[in-house]
Design a protein around this ligand. Structure first.
Ligand code: CAO
Length: 243
């Protein structure tokens, strides 16, 4: 690949050189590796989280009494874990021998975290076997460790699928880069009240914009269509998450 030419920026105005943190350097190398190796496709959809959000609001005080902060994130982790179980074609990696796919029978979810030192992705293990409170508690612990630089190497390994949530910050959509050797990642943007047609009239519903990027060597568009429809159905009807 032709290198980007070196530029003397000082000729254009005042500058200062700031050292890159170790994490930023590792992230830069990983992003280039993933971007160049993985043929990406990104699909978009919206989940109607009106009922999920009403349920979350109704449980917030009780959750706080148990020491749990109930954001949309634990529901997203649970829904992703259920969708991976229901659509196992997403819970795979390409084997390095180029001859096999690795089908995983465990469900570990990576959580992209913005930290003072850069982007870190702690991994919440066996999310399919845990309830919302436990997921919320463990996710908060992992996020805090990531932000305090306390994550152990094994707490950043073994992910099957990553969730990158920019929902608290805003935006209507983005195309996340697959965190190889995982084959898919979900980008979450800010939920907004939007008019939805219910067959008779437009009604205000809380719509969550989602993007799923996947490795087209491992996953086909139809696989993503099935996975995404399952995921959106789980988020749109919170009762399904306990099934
Ligand atoms: N829509 C609307 N509101 C949302 C939302 C969404 N999609 N997601 C979160 N919120 C709200 C939360 O409910 C919370 O509000 P309340 O306190 O009123 O409930 C508020 O935003 C703050 O949430 P939070 O940031 O404390 O927690 P979180 O669980 O949403 O996110 C984490 C945790 C770690 C995912 C996030 O802080 C973070 O670091 N995201 C950045 C990820 C990143 O950098 N990705 C880019 C990588 S490139 O692919």
């Amino acid at each position: 690949i032709p290198a980007v030419p070196a530029v003397d920026f000082a000729q254009f105005g005042e500058i200062e050189l700031q050292p890159m943190s170790k994490i930023k350097k590792v992230t830069a190398a990983n992003m280039s590796r993933n971007w160049l190796n993985v043929p990406h496709v990104t699909q978009f959809d919206e989940a109607d989280i009106t009922d999920l959000d009403a349920f979350r609001a109704s449980m917030k005080a009780e959750a706080e009494r148990q020491g749990v902060k109930l954001t949309p994130l634990p529901f997203l982790i649970k829904a992703a874990a259920s969708a991976l179980t229901l659509e196992p074609s997403f819970n795979v990696s390409l084997h390095h021998d180029g001859e096999h796919m690795v089908q995983k029978h465990y469900v570990h979810i990576g959580i992209a975290c913005d930290t003072p030192n850069g982007l870190m992705v702690p991994v919440l293990r066996d999310a399919d076997k845990k309830g919302i409170y436990q997921i919320a508690r463990e996710a908060s612990e992992l996020i805090e460790k990531a932000r305090n630089g306390k994550l152990k190497p094994n707490e950043m390994q073994g992910g099957c699928f990553t969730i990158s949530s920019l929902g608290a910050m805003g935006g209507t959509g983005f195309t996340p880069i697959v965190n190889a050797p995982e084959v898919a990642i979900m980008g979450v943007s800010k939920a907004q009240i939007k008019p939805q047609w219910n067959g008779k009239e437009f009604v205000p519903r809380n719509m969550l914009p989602l993007a799923v990027s996947y490795d087209h060597r491992a996953i086909n568009g139809a696989d993503c269509g099935r996975f995404f429809t399952t995921l959106v159905a789980l988020l749109s009807d919170v009762r399904r998450l306990i099934l």
